[in-house]
Design a protein around this ligand. Sequence first.
Ligand code: SF4
Length: 321
Amino acid sequence: MAVFDRPLENVFSWSFSRHNTFRECPRKYWFQYYGSWGGWDHDAPAEARELYALKNLTNLHCLAGDVVHRALERALHAHARGETPEPEEVVAWCKGEMQRSFKESLEETPWRDQPKRATRLFEHHYPTGFGGGGGGSTGGPTKDFLVRIARKIGLSVRNFFTSSSFAMIRETDTDEWLPMETLDSFNFEGTKVYAVPDFAVRHRAEVLILDWKTGRPNPKNRDQVVLYTLFAAAKWDVDPETVQAAPIYLLEGGDFDPKPVTVSDRERVSDLIRSSIVGMKEVLSDADGAAPNTASKEDCKPSPGRVCRSCNFRAVCPHAR
Ligand code: SF4
């Protein structure tokens, strides 16, 4: 069989988002990582098709974050080419992307045809207000909510251009930039672990890793930064003591303020990954057999609660609250 004819294999892997989904609700985890598998194929069973489509719903906060990330990536590439990106042009580009996606989301058909490519917003799919932004008088997001999202995007982009983190990036040698926004992974004790730092560069004797955030500061992001340090050490073969990594809170000014990642930080996050992997593997049906990454829906128990309000799968879950 030619390489391209082989069906894709659902290989077990670990990431923070997978870990968080498993902790929130194992049934949601099953929908996301097992039930939806293969649903991109038009000939797949109806359940897999539906779950794959639902998995690809986004929401306005996530869409705004994605648009800002893509805008900053474009701006950095422009800087690397010797151009000087204008903040207001970047804000206008973001506005155009948001409008295009919003319009696309109003119709269900494009997303049904191409769930991964076309935008469908949670706020349009569940217009009665479950996600916090829905509930407008005609269904879907309220005008106030849309204004808040637009302000957040504008502030994030403008702060980036005046931030000390951008000033620092401009001092670095663009030849020393490490791959940006590439879904990447490293081998952690035999398991593929995903990590996607937004920006990394070798600078003097250090590796600097920056991760843009369009939300408010959250202490949980600390573990993600430690993961990036593990990733850098494994991927780029650098001494973890030379890695300076930090979340960049764009709404708070976007400054780079790394805290030292200690040996005990790295051990704590390594322990977290290990115990999380053990928990996830407990729901596998045939971990040591011919289909090592299969799980049954029944073994992934629903954990209904507040998490249901923003769960993409609430349309198909009889336990949704
Ligand atoms: S609707 Fe609630 S119970 Fe059902 S999968 Fe989602 S989070 Fe779990």
